[in-house]
Write a protein of this length. Structure first.
Length: 260
C-alpha cells in the first residue's frame, strides 16, 4: 500500500468520523506511522511534516494579515528545521518568507537569510537577489523557481511582460513576479496594478490586496483621476471593514449642516 493510497483511505474515513479540518500533514503523520510496520520505506521525518504544516499555517496567516499567528507559526517552523542543524533548509524557509513579503510590496531586506547565504547554494543566493529586484544573468535566471524564470529576463512593463505575468498559474508566484518586475522597472502601470489586485482579490488574500490597492489609490490621486481614487477607496474600506457594515459617507452638505 502506497502513502498516497493510504492518505486517500484516511481522508474517506475522516470525512465520516474525524474533524472536518484534518490536514494532509496530519494524515501523513498517521500514514507514516501505519506504514512503518509494513514497509521498508523510511517514514517521513516528523520535523519535516511539522515544519511544513507550520509553514503553510504561517503563510495563510500572513497573507490574511494576521501577523501574530503568522509569526507564531513561522517560529514553529524554524524550531522544527533547527533540529536538523541544516543551514540550507533554514535558508529556504527564510526565502519563502521573503517572497511573501515581496508579494505584499514589503521591501524590507531579507535579513534572516543573510547569515545563511554562505551556506546556501547559488540558486538560493540568486533567488534572494531576484526578490530584492536585482537583474540577473541569463544563467542565474535559469536557477530561479520555474514560475519566475521567464519574467526575470524582462525589465520593462509592456505587452510582453504583462502576458508573461498572466501566464503564471499560481497566484502567489504571479504576485511575486509582478512585484519584482515593478521594482526592476521602477514603475507600476495601471495594467500591472490591476493584474496584481485581481490576483490577490480572487485568492482572498487581504494583506497583498491592501498593499496593491493603496498603491493604486496613490497613483490615481497623483494622476488626478477622482473616479478611480474613489472606487479604490471603497474597496479599501470594504477590505478593512472585515464584514462589518460600511459607514455612510459624509457629504459636504452634511458637514456644513453640522458646523456650529
Amino acid at each position: 500500500m502506497t502513502t498516497s493510497n493510504l492518505i486517500l483511505q484516511l481522508k474517506t474515513y475522516c470525512s465520516e468520523y474525524c474533524h472536518h479540518h484534518a490536514t494532509t500533514a496530519g494524515l501523513l503523520l498517521i500514514a507514516s506511522a501505519w506504514l512503518a510496520g509494513c514497509s521498508n520505506t523510511p517514514p517521513t521525518p516528523v520535523w519535516q511534516i511539522q515544519s511544513s504544516s507550520a509553514l503553510m499555517a504561517a503563510q495563510s496567516a500572513y497573507l490574511d494579515g494576521d501577523q501574530r499567528i503568522a509569526t507564531l507559526e513561522l517560529n514553529k517552523a524554524r524550531t522544527q528545521i533547527s533540529r536538523t542543524a541544516d543551514p540550507l533548509q533554514l535558508a529556504r524557509l527564510e526565502l519563502h518568507q521573503c517572497a511573501l513579503q515581496v508579494a505584499s510590496l514589503d521591501w524590507q531586506t531579507c535579513d534572516a537569510f543573510t547569515p545563511l547565504a554562505a551556506s546556501a547554494t547559488a540558486a538560493e543566493r540568486n533567488y534572494a537577489a531576484y526578490l530584492q529586484g536585482l537583474s540577473l544573468t541569463a544563467e542565474a535566471q535559469q536557477q530561479l523557481p520555474p514560475a519566475q524564470q521567464a519574467i526575470a529576463g524582462l525589465n520593462r512593463i509592456d505587452a510582453q511582460s504583462l502576458q508573461t505575468l498572466q501566464s503564471i498559474k499560481d497566484p502567489l508566484s504571479r504576485l511575486v513576479a509582478t512585484a519584482t518586475l515593478s521594482r526592476r522597472a521602477q514603475n507600476s502601470t495601471p495594467e500591472l496594478m490591476t493584474l496584481a489586485i485581481d490576483t490577490a482579490s480572487q485568492a482572498g488574500w487581504r494583506r497583498p490586496l491592501l498593499a496593491w490597492l493603496l498603491l493604486q489609490q496613490q497613483w490615481a490621486q497623483a494622476q488626478h483621476m477622482p473616479a478611480l481614487a474613489e472606487s479604490t477607496r471603497l474597496r479599501i474600506q470594504i477590505l478593512q471593514s472585515q464584514g462589518n457594515p460600511l459607514a455612510e459617507p459624509t457629504t459636504s452638505h452634511q458637514r456644513s449642516s453640522a458646523a456650529p
